[in-house]
Design a protein around this ligand. Structure first.
Ligand code: ASP
Length: 439
């Protein structure tokens, strides 16, 4: 039995958190591969070490002294080392990093040192072997992972040392230098390690009890989702539920490895299990078929009206070709007989909408074109909703009973997701109404 356990920054923010991690690892002998983030925040208002490293780099670039910021970073690692009674020579490590900072060092190298040093500390603390991620995680020149080389390298290392600590977040670029993922990327490192070693489970340890059914800033004490499929999780996280880095699921999903989200601060709690599918549970009552609710604000809807659209071939394509020319990403296209809408996600692309409208009006001559900003899209996700009559009826009734006007409705073909668009000012209320009517 082999488990790959990845611990996030808040689970490794200080020596007290390190002690919890040690207890968790000791509680299960199959936790043989440990992946670590850099130390995160210890309290609100505190700094993540990775943020401080980015700040050091900015200081270096502008020729401002970075010493004070670097001293804070040193202090964070020294506290962990002394609190855990470690013998590692941190001064030597800091000197090496500072020497590289005086040379032509890359930003990726510098910001990866949080994970590198934390892994060194954790390896000594657990009595595991430290393995630099430049030695097993390989990127291609296009930034994608060289899976073959990565799997081979990690298996060879694991054959020599069967208890290892790996720094998350970085690997070796195609030119041999350190290359990092985007922020939060240690989740991907853990998933790649689990997939490379064909682990029995990938555990992602964090500071929340699991994936929540709704945003706790909107719904008081939302329930923890105990089981969620990879597809449901994709829908929920795309729409804003934020527990794992978006790319985490791909490596483990491909190998059918179960992924657990667990709470370092309450390690016996069940957390959330994510798998490809779950057998149906006959005891499930019909009211509990929603897995989760998430959503995002600030969409814009462009609605076009032209009589006879449904009979004219190629009209929608012509409009979408123009949208593509403006490099605007369309998220949904709800249609009716003589009209259709284009739902555009929040972000800077919305700045190009006025010019886009002008171009569509000129080239496609719609009867009318209307822009509605400030729309929120809410996704109600649940694999158990599929092929079950009455779900959308209940959903719309709940919103209607609470005076919430629905501007857009969409359902994916696999029926695990119903999306409704409401005005921004109804966003939080709609989520609360839906949560309470389905739990
Ligand atoms: N330390 C990196 C960050 O803060 C990577 C990670 O924690 O996953 O983004």
């Amino acid at each position: 039995m082999l488990k790959v356990a990845k611990f996030g920054g808040s689970s490794l923010s200080c020596s007290e958190q390190f002690a919890k991690v040690k207890e968790i690892v000791a509680a299960d002998d199959s936790r043989k591969v440990i992946v670590v983030s850099a130390p995160g925040k210890r309290f609100s208002g505190d700094h993540k070490v990775t943020d401080l490293l980015y700040l050091c780099h900015a200081h270096l670039q502008y020729g401002v002294s970075y010493e004070t910021v670097f001293e804070i970073i040193e202090g964070r690692f020294c506290e962990i080392a002394s609190g855990c009674n470690l013998e590692i020579d941190l001064d030597e490590e800091f000197a090496k990093i500072k020497e590289n900072m005086r040379k032509d060092m890359s930003i990726d190298y510098l910001v990866s040192r949080g994970e590198y040093l934390n892994a060194k500390l954790m390896a000594e603390y657990l009595g595991y072997e430290f393995v630099d991620s430049s030695q097993w995680l390989f990127f291609n020149f296009d930034g994608k992972i060289n899976i073959e080389k990565t799997e081979k390298a990690l298996n060879e290392i694991f054959a020599l040392h069967d208890k290892i600590v790996l720094p998350g977040f970085y690997g070796c670029g195609s030119d041999g230098s350190v290359k990092v993922f985007s922020r939060g990327g240690s989740d991907i490192s853990g998933s790649l390690a689990a997939a490379a070693l064909n682990a029995d489970a990938y555990e992602n340890w964090t500071d929340v009890p699991g994936i929540l059914m709704a945003d706790p800033r909107i719904v008081d004490n939302p329930r923890v989702i105990s089981e969620v499929t990879f597809s449901e999780l994709r829908e929920l996280s795309y729409m804003g539920a934020d527990v794992l880095h978006q790319e985490t699921v791909f490596p483990v999903r491909k190998k059918n490895i179960p992924l657990y989200i667990k709470d370092t601060n309450d390690y016996t709690a069940p957390g959330t299990l994510i798998m490809e599918d779950f057998p149906p549970d006959p005891s499930e009552d019909g009211f509990k078929f929603i897995t989760g609710i998430s959503g995002k604000k600030n969409y814009t809807i462009i609605s076009l009206n032209k009589s006879g659209i449904s009979d004219s071939i190629g009209y929608i394509k012509r409009v979408l070709d123009i949208v593509e020319r403006f490099n605007i990403n369309v998220e949904h296209i709800p249609c009716s007989i003589d009209s259709f809408s284009i739902v555009i996600a929040p972000g800077t692309q919305q700045e190009r909408i006025p010019l886009l409208i002008g171009e569509i009006s000129k080239e496609c001559e719609p009867d009318s074109i209307k822009v509605t900003p400030d729309i929120s899209i809410i996704a109600v996700v649940g694999r158990r909703m599929a092929y079950r009559p009455g779900v959308s009826g209940r959903l719309f009734k709940a919103l209607g009973d609470n005076n919430i006007n629905i501007r857009v409705i969409e359902q994916g073909a696999d029926e695990i997701n119903i999306m409704v668009g409401v005005e921004n000012h109804d966003f939080e209320k709609a989520i609360r109404v839906l949560y309470h009517s389905f739990t």
